[in-house]
Design a protein around this ligand. Structure first.
Ligand code: NOJ
Length: 526
């Protein structure tokens, strides 16, 4: 079985992980210094958020050069060292590929703006004439995910499409030069030894050729970045041609290189299409991430995922957090209760069949930081919504490593790009390493147990009869997990009560009972 079928992958948010040069922003050398921490945590791979040259209008998801390193993060030599050192420690490295849009500072887009309408330069993007008497209205009513029209007008009167910020013009994937360029970008990083790619906005590359308006019957409760049926820019069939092509490129390289799609597609059958045998290897499972803390809802998300992926023979990929969503401690209710649930959810995730992602700080039980000063916020979502949406900066606050006061060993600079709450003194890696009941200790234990057990990695999942608030299942014949999403104690399913406890997310009180908001792993007698 290839490594990525059951790998645990740690997401490194480069600008917030570790700062080696004191400019207050994390960098590649900072990551190198912390590789032993990741090896000790027990993960198999790292996924690095974009570190390429970029004006940083969307934290690096606005790439101006796909084959280099942003100076504030380091240089190519540092990247090569990072890959070399990671591999030396047995850690693989996945990089972020941003194919839906470039930065408006990318040489291609600068040339497009300088060129005339209908030129070759403009054909790589989606330039169109406007509507109205003098073209003063955008070509259609599509809205940007960050708010406002998805179109911006240039000096000669044409408009260009940007599903995200105006500084992120969308590429036209029907243009063969665009296709060829990304083949080459993939090869550039594969040749440098990367083990895979996370594909940004994988469900968005193809647009309706007539740029038709959104269907009127879209479900308003589904977020705007999530696919729905007959959508003119999400999850269109044409995207799959791109992924078949890329699969061929990855397969032509030695070693098991992997792709993971960021495809916000809830419909399980449509989602599974991204990971058909000749397409991408894996895709983040956002149904699980978005599920509320409720046994039935979590179970439905797990079942739907496993069933749809079984049809295409792909492994599942579980994720509870990333740099775009509120941290799960806060999502699940904040404070002590949120932390208790997040710890149990972590154990649930790590005992499901497939691979799992840990977002930096998840292993420390960090919560969302909501009270960041407005003048330090950077997320375009915050600005383009006029502050109505606090945006995603609150889950991107730098890691607390050590010491009693900010910046907690993240940087020698007293003012990192975002401030950490002083209360994180109790959450630093250093503090949690001293405490066997800490969240860090829980994650280390869980990862060690996961690594040591074939059944936990490869055994089939079978549900057990349990109380309504309890999720309980076996993996293979020797392992079982039970999670109580209710607030009161519940009885453990038959056979589990007397089994040997391998790990629990919080103290177990009485035998035969599982306290509220708690997960337990047990070894079943042979
Ligand atoms: C998804 C990325 O995770 C997010 O951070 C970014 O803003 C958008 N794609 C646009 O690239």
């Amino acid at each position: 079985m290839a490594w990525w079928h059951d790998a645990v992958i740690y997401q490194v948010y480069v600008r917030s992980f570790a700062d080696s040069n004191g400019d207050g922003v994390g960098d590649l050398r900072g990551i190198i210094a912390k590789l032993p921490y990741l090896a000790q945590l027990g993960v198999d791979a790292l996924w690095l958020n974009p570190f390429y040259p970029s004006p940083q209008k969307d934290a690096g998801y606005d790439v101006s050069d796909y084959r280099d390193v942003e100076p504030r993060f380091g240089e190519l030599r540092d990247f090569d060292d990072l890959v070399g050192e990671a591999h030396g420690l047995g850690l693989r490295v996945i990089v972020d590929l941003v194919p839906n849009h470039t930065s408006s500072e990318h040489p291609w887009f600068r040339a497009a703006v300088a060129a005339a309408p209908n030129s070759r330069e403009r054909a790589r993007y989606l330039f169109r004439d406007g509507r109205g008497e003098s073209g003063e209205l955008p070509p259609n009513e599509w809205q940007s995910i960050f708010g406002g029209s998805a179109w911006t007008r240039v000096a000669d009167g044409q408009w260009y499409l940007h599903l995200f910020a105006p500084e992120q013009p969308d590429l036209d994937w029907t243009d063969q030069e665009v296709v060829a360029e990304f083949d080459d970008i993939l090869r550039f990083w594969l040749d440098r030894g990367v083990d895979g790619f996370r594909i940004d906005v994988a469900h968005g590359l193809a647009k309706d050729p007539d740029l038709v308006e959104l269907p009127v019957d879209l479900d308003p409760d589904i977020p705007t970045w999530v696919a729905q049926p007959r959508h003119p820019f999400w999850d269109r069939d044409e995207v799959h041609e791109v992924y078949r092509r890329w699969r061929g490129i990855l397969d032509s390289y030695p070693g098991d290189r992997v792709t993971v799609a960021e495809a916000w597609v809830y419909d399980p059958t449509r989602y599974a299409r991204y990971v058909r045998r000749d397409e991408l290897h894996t895709a983040f499972n956002f149904t699980f991430l978005m599920a509320p803390w409720d046994a039935a809802e979590l179970r439905a998300a797990i079942d739907d995922t496993l069933e749809s992926l079984r049809q295409v023979g792909a492994p599942a990929t579980w994720v509870l957090a990333n740099h775009d969503v509120e941290r799960e401690v806060s999502r699940y209710g904040d404070g002590a209760i949120g932390l208790r649930r997040a710890r149990a959810a972590g154990m649930l995730m790590l005992s499901l069949p497939g691979s799992a992602y840990i977002y930096q700080g998840e292993e420390l039980g960090l919560e969302e930081v909501r009270d960041l000063p407005a003048e330090l916020r950077q997320d375009p979502l915050y600005f383009r919504s006029g502050g109505a949406d606090l945006g995603r900066d609150g889950c991107r606050v730098p890691m607390p490593w050590s010491g009693d006061a900010p910046p907690f060993g993240f940087s020698s600079n007293p003012s990192p790009w975002l401030p950490q709450p002083p209360t994180w003194a109790a959450k630093t890696v250093e503090a949690q390493e001293r405490d066997p009941a800490s969240t860090l200790a829980l994650y280390r234990d869980a990862l060690r147990i996961r690594r040591s057990r074939d059944d936990l990695r490869a055994g089939e999942l079978r549900w057990l009869e349990a109380d309504a608030s309890v999720l309980a299942f076996t993996r293979g014949s020797g392992f079982a997990c039970a999670v109580n999403t209710g607030s009161g104690a519940a009885s453990l399913p038959a056979g589990l009560a007397s089994a040997h406890v391998l790990l629990a997310s919080d103290a177990l009180e009485r035998g035969g009972e599982l306290p509220g908001e708690t997960a337990v792993w047990v070894e079943l007698p042979a």
